[in-house]
Design a protein around this ligand. Sequence first.
Ligand code: PMP
Length: 406
Amino acid sequence: MALATALFRRARAVIPGGVNSPVRSWKAVGGGDPFFVRRGEGAYLEDTEGNRYVDWVMSWGPLVLGHADEEVVEAVQEAAAEGTTFGAPTEREVEVAEEIVDAIPSVEMVRLVSSGTEAAMSAVRLARGFTARDRIIKFAGAYHGHADALLTESPGVPTGASADTILCPYNDVAATAAAVERYGEGLACILVEPVAGNMGVVPPEPGFLAALRGLCDACGALLVFDEVITGFRVARGGAQELYGVRADLTLLGKIVGGGLPLAAFGGRADVMEQLAPSGPVYQAGTLSGNPLATAAALVVLRRLRDPDVYRKLEETGAALEAGLLAPGMTVQRVGGMLTLFFREGPVRNLTEAVASDTERYGAFFRHLLEQGIYVAPSQFEAMFVSTAHGEQEVERTVEAAHALRA
Ligand code: PMP
């Protein structure tokens, strides 16, 4: 029996569904048992059977420099040798915070946490505490982690926990304005992925983000950008740099942690000062600002100061987009994040995204996997480009995609 088959059998006995996060399952693409990863190197993954794959998932976004970047690995090893956690302030936490503040002009102060879920949950609490209001607006098809208030569809979320969460269609200014009209007086924040990445890549329509900014200003709510995916990916200053709209609070995760468990939320100093211990809004974390994570983060964030990195991500992303484009399909891309939708475009919101042909996507996933190329095991995710991907990886992927159509 293949090692992966045996491992998955053991995993299913002791881990629900055999995976520690649902997206790792290959159920949605009819892919059978998932592979088990043994190691990663640059743009490649190797599974327990010794197969090598071009990896376009890249741990769902964090690995902008590719797997096992030498400098990152060295920094983490050096940090580990000096102790893996202290629960007391360290110099690198300050340096990471300074890097973030330098990169994103709207972020004047920042707090480090360990996951995007925590960043979103804490930022919503802070927005509510700062405004002394309860309601929040979020968009259908967005994902902001799995805090109760931000999940509207799971059993186990008490009605009360999501009762103040109002859902609007993405890219729909009129519907959002109507919701603000109705709930604006009690509205703490509008929470938005400035480029949606969790229904496949759905860029903001021209004027959408600016309209949200205007709606927030008019009613005194905070504009919260979830840049967990877009932060340090679509530009060093995130989507807010790209689209020229300033958020009050920003959520970061994935790239900001250099591939280790580190995320952050930050923004206006007057808002952030409301956090304990300087203010009354409580938030805390034993492993927050973890020494290994900050070591990795610093290496990556410093390398991202080089504009060539973003030129390369754009170039590779554009080549992949051009190569994958085919009749009856749509590629939506912002910099180094893109989705091939199996439907005619454009895809502007969740309703349009779910009209994609997921059977065909499943066949695409399985075919690419056979050719040694790993893409997300779901239509509603992104392909993530890293600086380790180049012409060769793009060419192989494009050729395999064309062979499927031939
Ligand atoms: N926000 C966005 C936009 C995300 O894509 C994700 C995770 N994919 C999260 C928040 C939650 O982050 P984490 O998985 O680190 O909790």
